[in-house]
Design a protein around this ligand. Structure first.
Ligand SMILES: Cc1cc2nc3c(=O)[nH]c(=O)nc-3n(C[C@H](O)[C@H](O)[C@H](O)COP(=O)(O)OP(=O)(O)OC[C@H]3O[C@@H](n4cnc5c(N)ncnc54)[C@H](O)[C@@H]3O)c2cc1C
Length: 390
């Protein structure tokens, strides 16, 4: 079968769907097709995410992206409404609390300076102030904390994905079930995608929005992308104790925890981090690492019960832990939106808008995302993000 579209998006997760929404909003006459091989999103990072949003980054552009995304999320009900049905994504602005020991305190202080300079509402707390504000916290071994008083928290990530895709369809985007297995080039340009069922999808522009599988898609075009699928487990935990005002807490030992309804979810950065592990939760790490560290930091969790767990992939950009956004210089009509390294869900709204502007108008208008372009990899100019959680 032969088909044609103006823009073909490979992958219909949060990046592909946010982009489809913005493209069809900015250019209603543009033909946009989203090719997704797993329409139930059983393995997509966007469906397996902790869906939290923060301003506590070390890269100023990441702070700006999250601020712009937050503005979008606050107004999402009306913006992504279809007909008289509003979108609902349950935004909880309960903050992040990043803890540091003596060794980590100077880095936290430095990052705090960058965040304040870019308008983030973050506060430094010494141990006595932490204990007064968060009485359930054991402050032994802590030297400093950084707390987001507003503009940080979490939301329903799957609902956001569904809302973007529903609105994109309502605005004319077409979602095709299929797997992209070939990229056809001619005269220095990409001309078509080949799907596993034999369909040839001719297109003016293609976008790699394949999340943890983006490296395999890039290879179809002969391009090396340093993005790797690294498994992360999310544990659902319950305790009878009440933990008033628990934000998303990040411990110096590497674990994070936050409320999720009447329960809690948490995870930790694995010691060994191989690529492409099967998406089975790493239950052993709960008993051996997470629970002891959690109970030491918040003694109420001594009574914790593990309810269930799931695993998803971080799509880690090992070059500098920041996203790679924009076209590849050697193939200017193949765009990338990959490598978000654990902070993609919160960035999708602003990044989708920026990339749509670049595709439709040839330049960024709302937010200049060019520092995240592919050129920095080719010129070996990393833009390191120092605050990667989990
Ligand atoms: C456990 C966990 C916790 C996280 N916590 C947070 C958080 O708190 N805050 C935050 O901002 N981010 C978080 N993230 C990261 C965030 O979820 C991701 O950055 C984001 O979801 C990536 O979206 P995506 O659309 O690029 O990828 P995905 O959602 O994985 O979508 C990619 C899609 O491409 C499809 N695809 C792949 N190859 C092909 C092909 N060849 N043909 C057709 N389709 C294809 C796949 O089926 C998939 O549906 C977390 C991630 C995980 C796993």
């Amino acid at each position: 079968m032969a088909m044609r579209t103006d823009v073909a998006i490979i992958g219909g997760g949060i990046m592909g769907s946010a982009l489809a929404y913005w493209l069809t909003r900015l250019a209603p006459r543009l033909a946009v097709a989203v090719v997704e091989r797993d329409p139930g999103y059983r393995q997509a990072s966007s469906a397996l995410s902790a869906a939290s949003i923060r301003q506590q980054f070390t890269t100023p552009l990441n702070i700006r992206i999250s601020q712009a995304s937050l503005e979008f999320l606050r107004g999402v009900g009306a913006t992504l409404a279809v007909g008289d049905e509003p979108a609902s994504i349950s935004v909880h602005e309960a903050g992040y609390l990043c803890l540091a020991d003596e060794e980590g305190a100077p880095r936290l202080r430095l990052a705090h300076g960058v965040q304040r300079a870019h308008g983030a509402d973050v506060l430094l707390l010494e141990p006595a102030a932490m204990a007064a504000r968060f009485p359930w916290l054991a402050t032994a071994g802590l030297a400093l904390a950084s707390y987001g008083q507003s503009g940080e928290g979490w939301f329903d990530g799957y609902a956001l994905l569904a809302a973007f895709s529903r609105k994109a369809r309502a605005q004319g985007a077409q979602y095709l079930r299929g797997e992209v297995v070939a990229i056809e080039r001619a005269g220095g340009r990409l001309v078509a995608l080949g799907l596993a069922d034999g369909t040839r999808l001719a297109c003016g522009v293609a976008v790699n929005a394949a999340g943890p599988w983006a490296r395999a898609v890039a290879r179809l075009a002969g391009i090396e992308l340093p993005v790797f699928a690294r498994r992360r487990t999310v544990f659902v935990i319950s305790t009878r104790a009440r933990l008033e005002g628990l934000p998303l807490l990040v411990d110096p030992s590497g674990f994070w925890i936050r409320p999720e309804g009447a329960q809690f979810i948490g995870g930790l950065a694995p010691r060994a981090d191989p690529d492409d592990l099967p998406l089975e939760p790493d239950y052993a790490s709960f008993e051996e690492e997470l629970w002891p560290a959690l109970a030491a930091r918040i003694p109420a969790f001594e009574e914790a019960r593990l309810e269930r767990a799931w695993a998803g992939y971080y799509e880690i950009n090992v070059f500098d832990h920041n996203a790679i956004i924009g076209p590849h210089p050697s193939l200017p009509n193949l765009y990338f939106v990959n490598g978000f390294s654990g902070h993609g869900l919160q960035q999708a709204a602003a990044v989708g808008r920026g990339l749509a502007e670049l595709i439709v108008e040839g330049r960024y208008r709302s937010l200049d995302l060019s520092p995240l372009g592919f050129e920095r990899l080719l010129e070996n100019r990393p833009l390191h993000e120092g605050n990667v959680i989990g």
